[in-house]
Design a protein around this ligand. Sequence first.
Ligand code: G3P
Ligand code: MG
Length: 247
Amino acid sequence: MPRHDWPLPAVLAHRCGGTLAPENTLAGLDAALGNACGGVEFDVMLSGSGSPVLIHDETLERTTNGRGPVADTPDEILRALDAGAWFDRRFAGEPLPTLEAAAARCKALGLAVNLEIKPSEGAEEATAEVVVRRARELWAGASELLLSSFSERALEVAATLAPELRRGLLVSAIPKDWQMRCRRLGVVALHVAHKHLDATNVAAVRDAGLWVVAYTVNDPLRARTLFEWGVDCVITDRPDIVRSLRP
Ligand code: G3P
Ligand code: MG
């Protein structure tokens, strides 16, 4: 199958700004751009009010001063949370971003986006429905958006609701039936934990016409090797040191 050129930057900052700023925050987006990184990955989940917000964990404790499940917390409570102080006092008062706020900041900064649909358990369809509809509006006609998810159900919903939006399947190791799964889901990329990649399986995925995205690559020498094997994109916590190795 013919491969097209990878449409996003070859290095994406993980969870907005990697370890340069609190994860999944607007400050992280600023940090990515401030380190000459032209694109980011971030995680999107539904709040208790059904709104898409940027957060990785299903619960608030690790990355905010809130408590309890994100899926049980209404927007008015989320709006008052501090998502920056846990990381460093310099970031105190940093809000937990809505998808709308993140999209606006990415557009203002010119950042490309890999939006990971991150449903809380049991909310795969509902999360995909809301996130995909909103993403379609927010990035209307733009080519610098790639959806991804570990949830195949979420990717199915995305394919139905917005077939024009590119999608990638997230896996840890490459499953034996990856070709069948990717074909069924109509994804254009396979996102793989980098420790499970080697020259042979990268070539096989590329030969199938798919882009290869490696996460989370924080060692510049490892990034160089992955690019030499033909990996199209690395997602990194250290855009400040990995970005210089992009092809
Ligand atoms: O999309 C790559 C990576 O973000 C997937 O893992 O747990 O950091 O969201 P996680
Ligand atoms: Mg992620």
